[in-house]
Design a binder for this molecule. Structure first.
Ligand code: BV8
Length: 239
């Protein structure tokens, strides 16, 4: 498979060693707050300030100088640079650690914590401060309509057409740091497999039993991702 197209899907596990929490690990975000309280459009309509507080706290944490990309983020950027074929990086994460680790155009299918969107004019604006119900939109000057540019449960993920196109042509699908519980992302491995791709999971623990992944490597992302990328680049560039 010298240089065939690659699709990579990452989840919260790749950012864990950078100091950001995962969702479904025992000490994860959803063990402390319920999805229905903070991660649905209904929650935002019911109590916008509560939802803003949840994302404001995560935005501040992400902007803490101690939170930096780790070796796994940097290894994927190296793969993008050194691999002869196409590499599409798709992330469920709303942090910017892939970009800061050197990746060129990660597809944030669940949105981005450092952007805000106006529900009145639809414009998306880079955003590093707190959001509140009184925040004015820089584009249309309307206040009261700004929300995190994040895909909540029940909302349609972003970049789906581009992702589906890449899945049907890819020859290698790599899933990193995701429990594979949220759809449509969790269905990507089956779609890639149906298209004839080799499927690999790099995760702290196996997310599913045998059958969907041809290879499952267990370990911490900052260790197993650089090793996997190094071996892939060696094999590809010596063929
Ligand atoms: C959609 C953004 C239609 C915000 C997120 C009933 C009603 C309504 C909807 C549904 C329903 N039933 C099913 C659905 C669909 C629903 C869904 O899947 N629900 C689940 C709960 C069953 N999905 C949706 O609603 C989606 N929209 O379906 O629209 C549609 C679809 C297609 C086309 C057209 C229309 C929207 C889903 C997006 C929701 N938004 N987040 C925010 O971040 O706050 S989801 C949330 O979960 C995050 O984005 C997160 O990334 C994502 C997945 O979680 P993971 O990243 O996998 O994190 P997790 O903690 O679970 O796992 C971490 C893993 O890392 C573990 O395996 C762990 O072992 C590993 N790990 C830990 N440490 C390390 C490590 N690995 C390596 N190294 C380490 N150090």
């Amino acid at each position: 498979m010298a240089g065939g197209p690659i699709v990579i899907l990452t989840g919260a596990g790749i950012s864990r060693e950078s100091g950001l929490e995962t969702f479904r690990d025992k000490d994860g975000l959803w063990s402390r707050v319920s999805i229905d309280e903070v991660a649905t459009p209904e929650a935002f309509a019911r109590d916008s300030e509560r939802v803003h507080a949840f994302y404001n706290a995560r935005r501040r944490q992400l902007l803490n100088p101690e939170v930096q990309p780790n070796a796994a983020h940097r290894a994927l950027a190296e793969l993008e640079r050194g691999y002869p074929g196409d590499v599409l990086l798709v992330t469920q994460n709303i942090d910017d650690l892939h970009e800061r680790g050197g990746s060129v155009a990660p597809q944030h299918m669940h949105g981005e914590l450092l952007k805000a969107r106006c529900t009145c004019c639809g414009r998306t604006t880079p955003w590093r401060d707190d959001l509140a119900t009184t925040t004015r939109c820089p584009a249309c000057d309307h206040s009261g309509g700004m929300r995190p540019h994040v895909v909540w449960f029940g909302e349609i993920p972003l970049s789906m057409e581009r992702i589906q196109q890449a899945l049907i042509c890819c020859e290698l699908f790599i899933s990193i740091g995701t429990s594979g519980q949220v759809y449509p992302a969790a269905g990507f491995v089956a779609e890639a497999r149906a298209a004839g791709a080799r499927t690999v999971e790099l995760n702290l623990e196996r997310s599913v039993g045998p059958g969907l992944f041809d290879q499952q490597v267990e370990g911490s992302a900052s260790e197993i991702v650089p090793a996997f990328v190094a071996s892939l680049l060696t094999v590809t560039n010596t063929q």
